[in-house]
Structures are given as C-alpha cells and as structure tokens.
Design a protein around this ligand. Structure first.
Ligand SMILES: Cc1ncc(COP(=O)(O)O)c(C=O)c1O
Length: 373
C-alpha cells in the first residue's frame, strides 16, 4: 500500500531492484516492533538491565558543539567518572560509539600511516580507518603473529593497532598484554574498543584492559550497552584528549552529547560499578545458557554474556530466529555484511534483567525448535 501511494521516483528505481535482490538472498533487514517483554528478549546489549532504570531529569539538548557553546558541568562530571572507571588520566564524551571510532581514527591517522585492524572489528572502526586515508592492513581475527608481521614491514609513517577487547559477534577477545607488548616493541599505538566489555567484564566492570593490567594508548567505551544509556567516551592522556577536542570531526562538528543522556550514562557507570550483583547475575545466566546449549548439541562461541551460535547460511539463521520469535522470544539472526559470508548466526545475549527461569524457558524453546527443525 505504501509503495502504491508513494511510488519510487525514477532516479531511485535502482533501490527497488537492490532491495528485491537482498530479499531473495535472505539479507534484507526489515523493521520489527518491540513487542516482546524484556524477560523474553535475548537480543539486546543491555547486559546489566540498566536501560529501564529511571534517572534524574536534565536539560534535553546541549545546544551546540562544545567548541561553540562551551562545556556543561555534566560532561566534565561524566568524563571524570569514565577516566576513573578505566584508570586513564582523561576522557572525552562523544554522541555515540560510532562517532567516537570515526572521530578517533580520523584524527590520529592520516595518509602515509598504517592502521592494523582485526578482521572482525566493528563497522565504526572500519569506517574510521577508511576516513583517515591511512593504509589499512586487515589482519585475521585475533592473529597476533599477523599483527607483529605487519608491524615489522618497513613503513614511513606512524602505526596504530586497533582491536575490540570483547568482540560483539564472536564473543572472544585478544590477549591484551601480548598486544601491548607487540605495540611497544614497534612504537605502535594501541587502540582498544571496550564497547561490549565495560560494565560486565573485569573487576567492577572496568573492562578487559584493566583486567589484563595494561593501559592502551586510546580506550573507547560506549554508554549504550551495559551502562543502559547512549553515547560514548574516549579515554587516554591529556594530549590525546586535547587533540581530539581540536581534530576529531565527529566531536568538533557535532552537537555535544545530550545532557539527558550524560545524566543517564553517569548513573549507569556508577550503578555498574557499585551493583556487583548485576554482573554476577548476567554471568551466571551466561553460564546457564551456554551449558544448556551444549547439552542440546549446540556449540556456542566464545565466553561471557554474548552467546553466538553459528548456523551457516542467512536463510537458516532467519528460519531459526523466526521459529523462536513465533515461540515468543526476541532472538535475531546476524547475517553478512555484519559477519563474514558463511558465518550467519544466532546471537543470543543475556541480561541481569532476566530470571534464571527465563533462560530455562529459552532453552526449552530451542530444544523444541531443534526437534522441529
Ligand atoms: C565494538 C563496537 N564499537 C562501537 C559501537 C558503536 O556504538 P554506538 O552504538 O554507541 O554507536 C558498537 C555497537 O554498536 C560496537 O559493537
């Protein structure tokens, strides 16, 4: 009906063809309302169950970029909380993790430089590396030898090694101490995106760098996942923060993080640190779900609250997810280009907002679906 009333204009008819092709390949993403209650939702990154916690109200808009309109006290307060969380000297807030990654890479690297990037790094890292116009060497996932090899080759400019600390689609992570050592040996900067680790992994949810006892040169964290809000931060030395303030285009040329989100993020960081029971609970649910899947003959990947389970083809991932949705669970298929071709998967996530009985109910549904599949 929508299409009949609003036909695609002639100059955009190529979109109709491209959409049809994606649909035929089971790669079309379609909108779906959120109707399933949180207890049945196994697709969100709200690992600690903080996204529904009420927070004090605040002014909604920052009004302009901080370079134009100045700093609000809430931004400074949040940045202090973030730098304290990850034990880095300073931090700077961004409006999203996407903005943080494109801002950081675009500001630090340039033509003639080398960015060594893990093959499974998030799209925002991929895009940031492209925007920087540096040479990008994509190394196989978690392959430290390949990183070392790339750093040994002659280069004229600076080198940056960029990795996630807990990969959002494979639920694994690098040996961060070894990465730190390899970077130090080659005078390369280490950039670590802790988007999915902060709040959940490491003591007090301080992340995997803290847990490994290393300081990356640049640490990226987001507020939209375990901290239950939205926005992001970059932490590091004062020179890094001053440089980003001047050169990170997604910071300089963008309205500052909304004070409402900053208040929510500040509350999220505080609760994540102090309410250790949330971490215990989400990790207990993860063990329960992982153990249950193994007893059903399914081998989930990795560790922690992200529980991916490879099914191979996009069609099969869509079929399994639809089956579980029809059984009342919010479970989503993850398909290329979010993951490499041939590795379509069901990506389950658990939350402290779940009860153990919710995990049990999901396992029963998976067992039934498996039997029916
Ligand atoms: C590793 C990683 N970095 C950055 C982002 C982007 O964060 P945001 O959702 O705040 O834009 C995501 C997820 O969305 C992510 O998984």
């Amino acid at each position: 009906v929508f299409h009949v009333k609003h036909p695609t204009p002639p100059a955009l008819l190529f979109l109709d063809k491209a959409l049809e092709l994606a649909r035929e390949r089971h790669l079309l993403r379609e909108r779906a309302p959120r109707t399933i209650p949180l207890s049945r939702c196994f697709s969100s990154n709200d690992y600690l169950g903080l996204s529904l916690q009420p927070v004090p109200s605040a002014q909604p808009g920052a009004g302009a970029s901080r370079l134009v309109s100045g700093d609000l006290p809430i931004h400074a307060e949040l940045e202090t909380a973030c730098s304290d969380l990850v034990q880095q000297p300073h931090a700077l807030c961004f409006t999203s993790g996407y903005a943080a990654n494109i801002g950081v890479l675009g500001a630090l690297a340039g033509p003639g430089d080398l960015i060594i990037s893990d093959a499974l790094n998030h799209a925002s890292i991929v895009d940031g590396a492209r925007l920087s116009r540096a040479q990008v060497d994509v190394v196989p996932h978690l392959d430290l030898r390949a990183v070392r090899g790339a750093l040994r080759r002659p280069r004229s400019g600076r080198a940056f090694v960029v990795t996630e600390s807990y990969f959002s689609m494979d639920a694994d992570g690098p040996d961060l101490r070894a990465y730190r050592q390899v970077c130090d040996d080659s005078e390369a900067a280490l950039i670590v995106d802790e988007a999915h680790a902060l709040g959940v992994l490491g003591p007090e949810g301080r992340g995997r760098c803290f847990e490994a006892g290393i300081l990356p040169d640049v640490l990226v964290g987001t507020f939209g996942k375990a901290f239950g809000a939205g926005g992001a931060f970059v932490a590091g030395c004062p020179a890094l923060i001053a440089w980003l303030w001047n050169r990170a285009r997604s910071f300089v040329f963008s309205t500052a993080l909304s004070p409402v989100l900053a208040v929510a993020a500040l509350a999220g960081v505080a609760r994540a640190r102090s309410e250790g029971w949330r971490r215990d609970r989400v990790l207990a649910h993860a063990s329960q779900l992982r153990g249950g899947l193994v007893s059903l003959g399914i081998r989930p990947l990795g560790f922690g609250p992200i529980i991916p389970w490879l099914v191979g083809s996009p069609a099969e991932a869509v079929r399994v997810a639809l089956d579980l949705t029809q059984r009342g669970f919010d479970v989503r298929p993850i398909r290329p280009p979010s993951v490499p071709a041939g590795t379509a998967r069901i990506r389950l996530t658990v939350s402290a907002a779940h009860e153990s009985s919710d995990v049990e109910a999901l396992l029963r549904a998976i067992a039934d679906a498996h039997g029916a599949g």
